[in-house]
Design a protein around this ligand. Structure first.
Ligand SMILES: Cc1cc2nc3c(=O)[nH]c(=O)nc-3n(C[C@H](O)[C@H](O)[C@H](O)COP(=O)(O)OP(=O)(O)OC[C@H]3O[C@@H](n4cnc5c(N)ncnc54)[C@H](O)[C@@H]3O)c2cc1C
Length: 421
């Protein structure tokens, strides 16, 4: 079976960003096609949610599914210093007792599949295993896609709006050469999963642990998963983790693990579930979020280093905001760049705030503990930032204080600012 040849909206990519946009648009009665080249459930790294995902998940109507799932509850994030000492956990409920202060460590196979099925349940036409080769333009205006089906059949399908939610494939941003990489965060990740690793107990059992290695050149994530599995990965500059190192990812992983005693303690004696995998995780953004007839959402627009687990939150939020700009566009029959990218400035402000916190983590002379000693009034604002409350709680004061403490760079995808460290 093939999709129709004309839609109101085509969403390319059925990850969190695409499923969100597809579900919300279809829910308003629009004729929506969501296409993904893979067969779901499909693998993705990136299992830790930020609590602020709650609000988009609520709007999508999937909170009950989340509550009934076997995803571990995440109440906090805890950082470990290079000498292995843990800082006190940042409990999210400290700033808000609402149930949204607890979130989940998801298995992305199940989570992403659940979101895609939700889009189908809202009457979006969902097609898997269909590869989009190109977005079709008439001058500057996007008007369709060229897709290839599993059996080799190729079809052109048209729509008033194309949402690019293709993740790091970023089909439109690459075609139009809009992507700008942050020169300061050219990182990569080596990751695997273990069964039976040591976990904390009680409220801390589902916490994300962020552990610096002794050299401070890399850090590990430790993310509890269902069925006694834990996702573990090490992140660092590509120059450090790849150049001049072994070609065997497992060997590099072991070398870094030897530099992280608290993690070693947790995984010793547990069962490694698969070979170590490697992914580039450069921070980048497109210099434009929308054009005539097209809009970008999720990683197809931008990606920030995974230190604070921002990716899925920004994908959900970006999909939601893009859907809102499109819904309004249909009301006034306006599919211009200005209308489809209406949410861009506010969305970027939030991303900039999160990126600043990323820079603080990597700046050798920025100590969060010392910063909070100097600015104790910003303790709670910092927790708001870790929750992802960038669109619900003002964090300007915190960002100003961070700049006062230590001038942090501002990366601007339109003209990259070289940071002063
Ligand atoms: C090392 C690492 C660790 C991370 N850790 C976290 C974390 O702990 N928490 C977190 O929130 N985020 C994390 N992330 C980020 C997170 O995984 C992504 O931000 C998130 O998946 C983005 O969702 P998306 O919908 O934009 O893209 P994706 O989830 O990548 O979905 C894009 C979809 O588009 C489809 N597609 C691509 N090209 C085509 C095409 N041509 N035709 C048809 N379909 C196509 C793909 O098959 C895919 O299903 C991490 C990322 C990395 C690299």
């Amino acid at each position: 079976m093939y999709p129709d040849t004309d839609y109101d909206v085509i969403v390319v990519g059925g990850g969190p960003a695409g499923s969100t946009a597809g579900a919300l648009l279809a829910d308003t009665g629009r004729k929506v096609l969501v296409i993904d080249r893979e067969k779901f459930p499909r693998f993705r790294v990136g299992e830790s949610l930020m609590p602020a995902t709650y609000w988009t998940l609520e709007r999508l109507g999937v909170l009950d599914k989340m509550k009934c799932s076997n995803f571990p509850n995440k109440h906090s994030v805890q950082f470990f210093a290079k000498n292995g000492d843990p800082a006190a956990p940042y409990y999210f409920s400290r700033v808000d007792q609402h149930e949204s202060s607890q979130t989940w460590q998801v298995n992305r196979l199940d989570f992403d599949h659940m979101l895609l099925k939700n889009a189908a349940a809202k009457n979006a036409d969902v097609f898997e295993e269909v590869r989009v080769h190109d977005v079709l333009f008439d001058g500057d205006r996007a008007f369709g896609i060229r897709a290839e089906f599993k059996n080799g059949v190729k079809k052109a399908i048209t729509a008033k709006v194309i949402v690019d939610a293709t993740g790091q494939s970023a089909i439109i941003a690459k075609k139009l050469k809009l992507r700008r990489t942050d020169p300061n965060l050219k990182h990569c990740a080596f990751f695997t999963r273990y069964r039976g690793a040591q976990r904390d107990t009680g409220i801390d059992a589902g916490a994300t642990l962020i552990m610096r290695t002794e050299t401070e050149k890399s850090w590990f994530w430790y993310i509890p998963q269902p069925n006694d599995v834990v996702s573990v990965g090490v992140v660092g500059p590509i120059n450090y983790l790849v150049k001049g190192r072994s070609n065997d990812p497992g060997a590099v992983f072991e070398e870094e693990l030897a530099l992280c005693k608290p993690l070693q303690k947790r995984v010793t004696g547990s069962e490694s579930l698969h070979q170590v995998r490697v992914l580039k995780d450069f921070t980048y953004a497109a210099k434009q979020i929308a054009g005539d007839g097209w809009v970008l959402a999720g990683d197809a627009f931008g990606f920030i280093d995974p230190i604070y687990s921002t990716g899925v939150f920004l994908a959900l939020k970006g999909g939601e905001l893009a859907a809102d700009s499109i819904i309004e566009g249909f009301e006034i029959n306006d599919f211009s760049a200005a209308q489809l990218g209406k949410h861009g400035p506010e969305f970027m402000e939030g991303i900039d705030a999160l990126r600043k916190l990323v820079y603080a983590f990597y700046a050798p002379s920025f100590s969060i503990a010392q910063f909070l000693k100097q600015f104790p009034e910003h303790q709670e604002n910092l927790v708001h930032l870790l929750i992802g409350n960038i669109y619900r709680h003002p964090v300007d004061g915190l960002l100003k204080a961070m700049d006062e403490y230590h001038k942090l760079p501002m990366y601007n995808p339109i003209g990259i600012d070289t940071p002063t460290r």
